[in-house]
Design a protein around this ligand. Structure first.
Ligand code: A3P
Length: 292
């Protein structure tokens, strides 16, 4: 049963569920002025944003780990994020020297126009919906601003309905898949990164116009492995106050695998999810692996 307090911290922006605090300042997001050398990292939440962010930052710093010691959310500002007195993505970005790396969870049609007008490079990272749902379920419990997600099957219903921040995974993913042939857009998969990280890092380097040297790639592979990032305070979000993220409930760097959904979906839930998935993705050529 949907309890009315579920939506207490949420509202809608252009038809998608959004955190109320972010939505209050939406004009600032829409009016955001991109610069031609900005690089955008776009994802649906819980798709490996932090992982790809660290990889791109390392590429920018030519694998100099010394230059990667500040927290992720300071180095790669989260465009639409707004929490009074704590976080203001637009302000951070406006004050930042170029080149900037911008994190966003917006669907392609909601990305501020300026990024399209300035032909900025954009990297979209996609992760299969089932693992995203599991990861989001734990994130609801550990990160402030989220209601009680209920049982896992209850949460999955909300996820399928798009009743979570950033709305429908299906629409979000499709919105970016439609942009995949735009030469300024690189469409990546979390599952490909899990399978062959070197190949994906080289792809990103090429896209960003960098020469993929073996030495740089190896350093990036090491520094951005799940274990390294889990132990690194700059990337594991433990520098945020416990009120914002409680890692005792569930660590931000939780498991970092493909196929964890099998531990949560019953046979019946999986069948229901698959049927709904087929309907939602009808006519779309996108194929996302749920196991590797
Ligand atoms: P799990 O909850 O499944 O473990 P985001 O950064 O978009 O919020 O995504 C978080 C998810 O990415 C979490 O998934 C987290 O563990 C995973 N992740 C973060 N860094 C990773 C890495 N270096 N390798 C693999 N997965 C990583």
């Amino acid at each position: 049963m949907m309890d009315s307090s579920y939506f207490e911290n949420f509202t809608e922006v252009h038809g998608i569920i959004m955190y109320k605090e972010f939505a209050q300042y939406w004009d600032d997001v829409e009016a955001f002025q991109a610069r031609p050398d900005d690089v955008v990292i776009a994802t649906y939440p819980k798709s490996g944003t932090t992982w790809i962010s660290e990889i791109i930052y390392m590429i920018y710093k030519e694998s100099d780990v010394e230059k990667c010691q500040d927290a992720t959310y300071n180095r790669i500002p989260y465009l639409e994020c707004r929490a009074e007195g704590i976080m203001n993505g637009v302000k951070q970005l406006n004050e930042m020297l170029s080149p900037r790396i911008v994190k966003t969870h917006l669907p392609s049609e909601q990305l501020p126009n300026s990024f399209w007008e300035k032909n900025c490079k954009m990297i979209y990272l996609c992760r299969n919906a089932k693992d995203v749902a599991v990861s989001y379920y734990y994130f609801f419990q550990m990160a402030s601003g989220h209601p009680n997600p209920g049982t896992f099957p209850e949460f999955v219903e909300k996820f399928m309905d798009g009743q979570v921040p950033y709305g429908s995974w299906y629409k979000h993913t499709r919105s970016w898949w439609e942009k995949r042939e735009n030469p300024h857009v690189l469409f990546l998969f979390y599952e490909d990164m899990k399978e062959d990280i070197r190949k994906e890092i080289k792809k990103v380097m090429q896209f960003l116009g960098r020469k993929p040297s073996e030495e740089l790639v190896e350093k990036i592979v090491h520094h951005t492995s799940f274990q390294e990032m889990k132990n690194n305070p700059a990337t594991n979000y433990t520098t945020l106050p416990e009120e914002a993220m409680n890692h005792k409930v569930s660590p931000f760097m939780r498991k970092g695998i493909t196929g964890d959904w099998k531990n949560y979906f019953t046979v019946a839930l999986n069948e229901r999810f698959n049927m709904h998935y087929e309907q939602q993705m009808k006519g779309c050529t996108l194929n996302v692996r749920t196991e590797i």
